[in-house]
Design a protein around this ligand. Structure first.
Ligand code: AMP
Ligand code: MG
Length: 337
């Protein structure tokens, strides 16, 4: 298949791919998504095939505005609308009870569905023009780091999808926050661009699922099925070093062996001269860490590194999402200083 490159002007062409049951790479503010008609089980099956995604890992439905929620969801609590007013369009996925119109292929048979309204005008326009919700997981091959540019998505998907809309680099850079609104209190299943602190401002109490902070074994059933899979992994093994930034950088420098690569804050690049380094921004710039973390992990697949050391940000605010992705890339191989 020849994958067409579309621009942000090509709303009609993008919508036509969705309406015809095809696969479309879509930009969002979080990461690029692999989208298809979320009401068409065959189109949804094609997403799983292109990614090599395990069948028990459900997809998120993307909608152009909150008024579409009631088409696909039942028993919607008032808090869902309060969250939508505050954070949509934006990087928040809400887990709600689904209606029967949502195919099992999307929800992996669960009685709930993940709903999101992305903060990306072209993608919302394509969904509205197609007239159907777009089911879209991240646009990577399963297990690989999520793509934050159209080029990164094409590394995995060129020839496997009908078209991709190039909307430039993603502003947030990590996937959406997933919040289960069918749990009491609401439960954070995956940290992302909307922070736990922001959710608590609106909701008061929010619990944090265990899968956010520890490795789940294969026989456990986390609330977000995707959280049990090894994820975001570059080809070389990753070790995360958490703790005060200067101390973590010094620890890595002291343990570095020839052939090792490093992911670090810009402040410490000079400690690692002569070895492959990816800098993810100044130590105190969490937005930059989120924007650059997946590109940094992907970059090592084009460099010769036998092992990768990574500095980890402080797990507050957006730092919780970045540390979660890094810890997962490392299979939770973490050195705590
Ligand atoms: P991705 O779009 O690749 O970021 O993957 C979607 C994530 O949303 C996966 O971790 C899924 O397990 C999670 N997810 C989707 N639908 C549900 C649901 N109904 N309940 C819990 N988690 C979900
Ligand atoms: Mg994904």
């Amino acid at each position: 298949m020849n994958t067409k490159r579309l621009t942000t002007e090509d709303v009609t062409q993008g919508a036509a791919v969705i309406a015809a049951g095809g696969l479309l790479g879509i930009p969002t503010e979080t990461v690029y998504g692999l989208g298809a008609n979320g009401l068409d089980p065959n189109a949804v099956a094609a997403i799983f095939a292109a990614k090599g995604r395990p069948q028990d890992n459900p997809l998120i439905l993307h909608i152009p505005d909150p008024s579409w929620l009631e088409r696909y969801c039942a028993d919607i609590p008032a808090t869902a609308y309060a969250l939508a007013r505050r954070f949509w369009p934006g990087p928040l996925t809400m887990i709600l009870r689904r209606k029967a119109i949502v195919p099992d292929a999307v929800t992996a048979g669960l009685d709930t569905v993940g709903m999101r309204c992305p903060d990306c005008a072209v993608t919302r326009a394509i969904i509205a023009a197609a007239g159907v919700p777009v089911a879209a997981p991240s646009g990577n091959t399963s297990g690989r780091p999520s793509p934050t540019t159209a080029e990164a998505m094409l590394e995995d998907m060129d020839g496997k999808i009908d078209a991709i809309v190039d909307g430039g680099p993603c502003a947030v850079g990590v996937e959406s926050t997933i919040l289960d609104l069918t749990a009491a209190p609401p439960r954070l299943l995956r940290p992302g661009g909307v922070t736990l602190e922001q959710l608590r401002e609106v909701l008061g109490e929010v619990s944090v699922d265990e899968a956010v902070t520890r490795l789940m074994s294969t026989n456990e059933q986390p609330r977000a099925p995707g959280m049990k899979y090894r994820h975001y992994a570059p080809k070389a093994p990753v070790t995360v070093v958490s703790g005060e930034p200067e101390a973590a950088a010094q620890y890595i420098a002291a343990h570095l062996e020839p052939g090792d690569g490093v992911i670090c804050f810009n402040d410490y690049v000079n400690l690692f001269e002569g070895c492959p380094v990816e800098a993810i921004g100044p130590a105190d710039d969490q937005e930059s860490h989120a924007q650059h973390i997946f590109e940094a992990l992907r970059a090592f697949d084009h460099k010769d590194a036998t092992r990768i050391w990574a500095q980890s940000p402080d797990p507050t605010g957006l730092g919780l999402a970045v540390t979660n992705r890094l810890n997962k890339a490392a299979g939770f191989h973490i050195i705590k200083l």
